[in-house]
Design a protein around this ligand. Structure first.
Ligand SMILES: N[C@@H](CCC(=O)N[C@@H](CS)C(=O)NCC(=O)O)C(=O)O
Length: 208
């Protein structure tokens, strides 16, 4: 198979898994167990020296970082499927939202989770930093809500894997029980994204 996808259940790799499903790209899935140290095994570190999933290898080209992977898969497989914009202004929009998800929203989420969630050590937590992270998440969701007012999808008039990417990230925020009540346009858009057959298929446990 020309595309190999390294993943772990319940991880950032969920974004890439959804993007691959949406694109309908066949791939060989390699499951790694983070708790058993498989992401830090020498064989995997030779592929991704960061020792993290997701990671894809396409005809020998190694791509890690979920944002880069979404953009790579979008460019490679999405344009002809009408799921990623061709080069031009909309491509710029697409890249903007994918990078914003991981960098700006991602940083706010990391500040919040590192300082509040059980899975990080208490003696490394700072309550004020956690609160600041939560406020930043709110500011990001307001920006997203304003962008989505009067729009069906993030980029142009049609669904794209940019929606897949950001909605998958938003799933994690919903899972953490962050309050989305103040963002009606985000909620309506999220509901549309969750109606996609690819999303329903993976959420129902099919294709695992
Ligand atoms: N910035 C990376 C983050 C990837 C990441 O943090 N992956 C975690 C799972 S959510 C991981 O593989 N951890 C394995 C480990 O630390 O050994 C991306 O977006 O791809």
């Amino acid at each position: 198979m020309s595309l190999i996808f390294y993943y772990a259940p319940m991880s950032t790799a969920a974004i890439t898994e959804l993007v691959l499903e949406e694109l309908g790209v066949p791939c060989e899935k390699v499951k790694l167990d983070i708790s058993k140290g498989e992401t830090k095994a020498p064989a995997f570190l030779a592929i991704n020296p960061n020792g993290k999933v997701p990671c894809v290898v396409h005809h020998g080209t190694i791509v890690w970082e979920s944002a880069a992977i979404t953009m790579y898969l979008g460019e490679t497989f999405g344009v002809e499927r009408n799921l990623y914009p061709a080069t031009g202004p909309l491509r710029g929009e697409a890249m903007k939202w994918v990078v914003w998800t991981n960098v700006t929203l991602g940083d706010a989420v990391a500040r919040f989770t590192r300082n509040t969630m059980d899975w990080y050590p208490d003696d490394e937590k700072n309550a004020k930093a956690g609160e600041a992270g939560k406020l930043e998440i709110g500011a990001c969701l307001r920006i997203l809500d304003q962008h989505l007012e009067g729009k069906q999808f993030l980029v142009g008039d049609t669904y794209s894997v940019v929606d897949t990417h950001l909605n998958s990230f938003a799933d994690w925020l919903r899972h953490m029980k962050l309050d989305f009540a103040a963002y009606p346009h985000v909620n309506a858009w999220g509901a549309r994204c969750c109606e996609r057959p690819a999303y329903k298929k993976l959420m129902s446990g099919e294709g695992q």
